[in-house]
Write a protein that binds this ligand. Structure first.
Ligand code: ATP
Ligand code: MG
Length: 281
């Protein structure tokens, strides 16, 4: 999806509409909606959102993960088999948000996604306020959580635009590989467009490097390039390449359950602590 498409979406909309989240002011310090975005596919968005959510909930934070990807990988990664009631059904007002909510653990909730969501790009496109559907849904219940994470599809289409408009912050997983920085400029321009026209409070939380192999010079080069070219926080915690992370979802488990002593479980726990330290500075 090109930047022109997003410019098209934005065209005609009055700039700087208030973000408007009634009822949030009393807990503004705590609640944060974080959209995990990178239009590149397979960079570790879903793996990061699942395991960071699990690690934060284990630290006592009340977490909601919204799966906004029709592939439904973060839903299946949490072992949710019946995905017939999910975010699409909530957005299209077929069910209440409570009916779409699944409790995974004491502090961990997921709203799943199914293939119906793939049609939303087309269905929403001619509706008024098409980029605010998710934000409006979140208005109803965001105060119930400390952090809400949104897992996005690998594109900058209308679903991702909805996610950015609903979010306070953007977290960008970056895979330590040769073309890692390709598309990052487009992503940052998109965020800037949304910030200027639709969600003035949107900010970039930072980038997290995934699938890092410290034996490879290439991974180190990507890391340095990111430092030179990404003018926002880069989490010091890097996520190592670890086959256990790829295995865990097929058991419907996060890495803390599947391989709690693995290097990647420790990395996601460290990332959760760094995330909280950074946020609470
Ligand atoms: P998509 O754009 O399709 O949504 P994504 O950005 O969400 O993809 P993931 O699904 O998290 O990416 O990861 C892509 C693949 O790489 C998956 O098979 C996942 O299990 C694997 N993977 C992710 N992170 C790691 C890692 N650190 N080490 C090894 N494998 C990983
Ligand atoms: Mg994914």
């Amino acid at each position: 999806m090109s930047i022109h498409f997003i410019a098209d979406i934005i065209k005609g909309i009055k700039p700087c509409l208030p973000a408007g989240r009634p009822g949030r002011l009393d807990k503004i310090e705590l609640i944060m909606i974080i959209s995990v975005v990178n239009q590149k596919g397979g960079v570790g968005k879903t793996t990061t959102v699942i395991n960071l959510a699990a690690a934060l909930s284990a630290l006592g934070k009340r977490i909601l993960l919204i799966d906004l990807d029709p592939q439904g990988n973060s839903s299946s990664g949490f072992g949710i088999e019946d995905r017939s009631k999910g975010i699409y059904e909530i957005l299209s007002e077929q069910i209440s948000w409570q009916d779409g909510l699944r409790q995974i653990k004491e502090n961990l909730f997921v709203i799943p996604a199914n293939q119906n969501l793939a049609g939303a790009n087309i269905e929403l496109v001619n509706l008024p306020d098409r980029e605010r559907f998710l934000a409006k849904v979140l208005n109803n219940f965001s105060t119930a959580f400390d952090y809400i994470f949104i897992d996005n599809p690998p594109s900058l289409g209308l679903l991702t635009v909805n996610s950015l408009v609903a979010a306070d912050k953007v977290l960008v997983p970056v895979q330590a590989e040769y073309y890692a920085l390709e598309g990052l400029g487009q992503l940052l321009s998109t965020v800037e467009l949304i910030k200027q026209n639709l969600q003035p409070n949107l900010g970039i939380l930072g980038a997290v490097v995934t699938m890092y192999d410290d034996k490879l010079d290439l991974a180190r080069e990507v890391w340095h390039e990111l430092y030179k070219n990404f003018p926002y926080k880069i989490f010091r915690t890097v996520i190592p390449r670890d086959v256990k992370l790829a295995e865990a979802p097929s058991f419907g488990k996060n890495i803390l359950e599947y391989a709690p002593k693995s290097k990647s479980a420790k990395a996601y726990q460290r990332l959760a602590r760094e995330f909280l330290d950074y946020h609470n500075r």
